[in-house]
Design a binder for this molecule. Sequence first.
Ligand SMILES: NC(=O)CCC(=O)C(=O)O
Length: 269
Amino acid sequence: FRLAVVQLQVSSDKANNLSKVRRLVKEAAGQGGKVVLLPECFNSPYGTSFFSKYAEKIPGETTQMLSEVAKENKLHLVGSIPEEDGGKLYNTCAVFGPEGELILKHRKIHLFDIDVPGKIRFQESETLSPGNSLSTFDTFCRVGVGICYDMRFAELAQLYNRKCQLLVYPGAFNMTTGPAHWELLQRAALDNQTYVATASPARDEAASYVAWGHSTVVNGEVIAKAGHEESIIYADILQYLADVRQQIPISSQRRDDLYAVTAVQQGSG
Ligand SMILES: NC(=O)CCC(=O)C(=O)O
């Protein structure tokens, strides 16, 4: 099936962000996209000072639009927004199916709290609460869902790998960690013999948080990659993995008697 990744130029104008999503998802569907991935916080500028202003309940305005667009174009639609629930804020990835149905909500498990002196300090935990569940859904294959910083935690990808063929991460790396780690982390999925797709906002040099861009799809090698401007990239997700998993059968060669990666709590949502 064809995966489309929309690298949206996100602005402070929420209505404009949503109408562009409508247009670009339609364009992706016209090119055969059956699963469409949107960036992290695609309805809002990315930054702790914006989350409460742009946060919505689910269902709410933005997810209502996602539901309609998924149904109109008969596809799966995945993307994260700031969510408000019970007085708390989350960075939440909603997944809608081709009937417009909400399939799952993945709340970012690992909050982006880093401090690189002289480069970047960012503390999502100043405003956001973490999610507590792993999230997968079934479409043409089984898909594992994470959000941006979640990608740094290899254990999560290893757990997903046991049952998934594709991992998706709406993300927004920055001008410090983007060039250093963005592609590298995705290509590390080679260890997991899994397709990995990331969707970043397009770069806006005037924004308070400048996104790296370069939305990417890898299967060990990079098979599709955007520049830093608004664009849609496509990748055909093929039989490849079954072949590789048979040729290099690491899943049956693990030394479970020596080590283990175990989910303490598994679930969707
Ligand atoms: N939005 C994020 O989680 C950013 C993660 C990031 O930039 C990183 O280096 O990790």
